[in-house]
Write a protein that binds this ligand. Structure first.
Ligand SMILES: NC(=O)c1ccc[n+]([C@@H]2O[C@H](COP(=O)([O-])OP(=O)(O)OC[C@H]3O[C@@H](n4cnc5c(N)ncnc54)[C@H](OP(=O)(O)O)[C@@H]3O)[C@@H](O)[C@H]2O)c1
Length: 315
């Protein structure tokens, strides 16, 4: 089969498709014929830095998510040809991932799906919508009566969370750091240019999803109303942890801070997402689709930031 294989730091221009054996099925694992996969910021971090870490199996096929069909179910109880989605749980890091024609995946992260969406739309779902759903409902307890701030809305996750929040009737305030991108978030009730200081610029925020990360977190915490919840999910600001964070002084009285990590997907949430799409007659949002033979161009486009929304590769 053809696959992207990494064993060292690799620039996008150096991505190639290699010929490797189709993985051998084994108990507890499911062989999936990959039909589409989305690109993720975390794969860029792996390719340009994290690949050096000891816990990364090397050589590794990257890719933390995919949709496809069961090629060999082994002892999983799934059926050959069944449509599935898969994500995270070590995929593309501690075992081979989805930038390939086939992926051998642990049963615990292979979820049967029932959906009539095209493969390219399905390919945009697993990681982005699972993270959107978990951040909004598990962490932020989002309700139709909420005013939701999406800080750093011009990313795949930002567009997905805005779509879900609008569908349930929330008021949405969306930010971008680029004035020319304001039209991309016009679906929001209010749009704001984010120069790093939102406190005092916006009001009425009851829930906040922070996709910029620790760089602005203190400001997000003071931008919400008393009783509000802040969920820290993204790291677009390039700062990954906070030194000197003082919870007593930095978290205002009566404001709540939570964080979401997509490493533990569940069938319940995957089912909820597709039920939600059907109920609200929605499709998954994506920015651009590339053929597998052009995976290098997809990765270059990701590095250049030239695509607005999820990049999907159709295999
Ligand atoms: N916690 C979790 O489990 C989890 C799961 C999935 C994703 N994430 C994180 O969530 C974030 C979004 O992920 P994604 O896959 O949706 O990203 P993505 O679609 O690859 O988004 C990248 C885009 O974000 C935009 N962006 C917006 N504000 C930015 C800022 N202040 N600085 C830099 N770029 C900014 C950039 O475009 P412009 O600069 O042109 O606006 C860039 O093109 C990432 O940090 C990712 O690591 C976390």
């Amino acid at each position: 089969m053809k696959a992207v294989v990494l064993d060292r730091i690799t620039e996008a221009k150096d991505i190639v498709l290699s010929e490797v054996p189709i993985p051998e099925p084994r108990p507890g694992w499911v062989l999936v014929k990959v039909r589409a996969f989305g690109l993720n910021h975390s794969e860029k971090l792996l390719r340009l830095n994290e690949i050096r870490a000891d816990y990364i199996q090397k050589p590794v096929i990257p890719g933390i998510e995919c949709v496809g069909e069961v090629a060999d179910p082994s002892d999983s109880g799934l059926a050959v040809g069944q449509k599935v989605a898969s994500l995270m749980g070590g995929m593309g890091r501690s075992f081979n991932g989805s930038y390939a024609e086939y992926a051998l995946l642990p049963r615990r992260i292979v979820f049967p799906i029932e959906s009539d969406l095209e493969w390219e739309a399905l390919g945009a779902v697993p990681e982005t919508y699972f993270t959107a759903w978990g951040s909004l409902f598990e962490c932020l307890h989002l309700l139709p009566s909420d005013t939701l701030l999406i800080r750093g809305a011009t990313c795949a996750l930002g567009y997905a969370t805005m779509q879900i929040a609008k569908a349930i009737g929330c008021r949405v305030i969306a930010t971008t750091h680029r004035e020319e991108k304001l039209p991309l978030i016009a679906e929001a009730n209010e749009t704001v240019i984010d120069d790093g200081k939102l406190t005092g610029m916006i009001s009425g925020v009851t829930k906040a999803l922070d996709l910029i990360g620790p760089r602005n977190l203190r400001d997000t915490l003071t931008a919400v109303e008393k009783g509000g919840i802040v969920c820290q999910t993204g790291l677009l600001g390039g700062v990954y942890a906070l030194s000197g964070f003082d919870p007593i002084k930095d978290i205002p009285n009566g404001v709540y801070l939570t964080g979401f990590f997509s490493n533990y997907p569940t069938k319940l949430v995957i089912d909820d997402i597709f039920t939600f799409f059907n109920k609200h007659r929605l499709t998954a949002k994506y920015g651009k689709v590339f053929g597998f033979e052009n995976v290098k161009d997809a990765v270059i486009a990701q590095d250049n930031g030239g695509v607005d929304g999820k990049i999907v590769v159709k295999v």
